[in-house]
Structures are given as C-alpha cells and as structure tokens.
Design a protein around this ligand. Structure first.
Ligand code: CU
Length: 114
C-alpha cells in the first residue's frame, strides 16, 4: 500500500486554514485605548485627541525607531522614547496643546483638554 503524508486535497485544506488564520491575525490590529496615542508608522494615532481636565494621556511607541512627544509651547517634553517605550503626561489645565516629534518633522499631534 502506498502511503502519502498528505493527499492533495488535505494539503489544500491545510493551506486554506493557514491563509485564513494569517488574514484574521492581520486584521486584529492593536489600537489605542482611551487617553492613549500610538506612535505608529511615523505618525501619531489619533493625531487629535480630546480628553477631560486632569486626564493622563499615554503615548506608546509602536514603531521600531525612537520618537519624541514635544509640546510646541514647552508644556511637556518626553525626550527620546525608544521602540516599545511610552510616555505619560497629566493635563491639569484646559486648552489646546499642539505637539510634535523632534526627530520627524512631519509628526505632529494635538491634545484638546476640556
Ligand atoms: Cu518621530
């Protein structure tokens, strides 16, 4: 009797399962929670966040490179946040806070505190 490890049909089914599992995994992307901003693909996500007075906002670096969270007006400055690192700041005064990454000129964001 000739034995094969997999029939062509079985191999096809196994391949389909792998392709499906990979597709599902790809769709299950990590997304920022409340009062959280991701640094992802050299951008702040979301680029504008609205929070309540006294809220603490946490920026999480999801990229493989360092970023900074630097207030345009000097209200806060994270310094370099390494890949996988994070920075938190509590906003005790209402207002609109523009910020940027000092390393990547195109990276800008806004925190609205109300
Ligand atoms: Cu950056």
């Amino acid at each position: 009797m000739k034995t094969k490890l997999f029939s062509l049909k079985e191999l096809g089914v196994v391949t389909l399962i792998f392709v499906f599992a990979f597709a599902v995994h790809g769709c299950k992307k990590d997304s920022p929670g409340a009062n959280q901003v991701f640094m992802q693909n050299t951008a702040f996500n979301p680029s504008t966040i609205t929070v309540s007075k006294n809220a603490t906002v946490t920026w999480s670096n999801k990229d493989g490179m360092a970023h900074t969270v630097t207030s345009d007006a000097g209200a806060f400055s994270s310094g370099n946040i390494a890949a996988g690192g994070s920075f938190s700041f509590q906003f005790t005064t209402t207002g609109t806070y523009q910020y940027h990454c000092t390393i990547h000129s195109g990276m800008t964001g806004t925190v609205i505190v109300q």
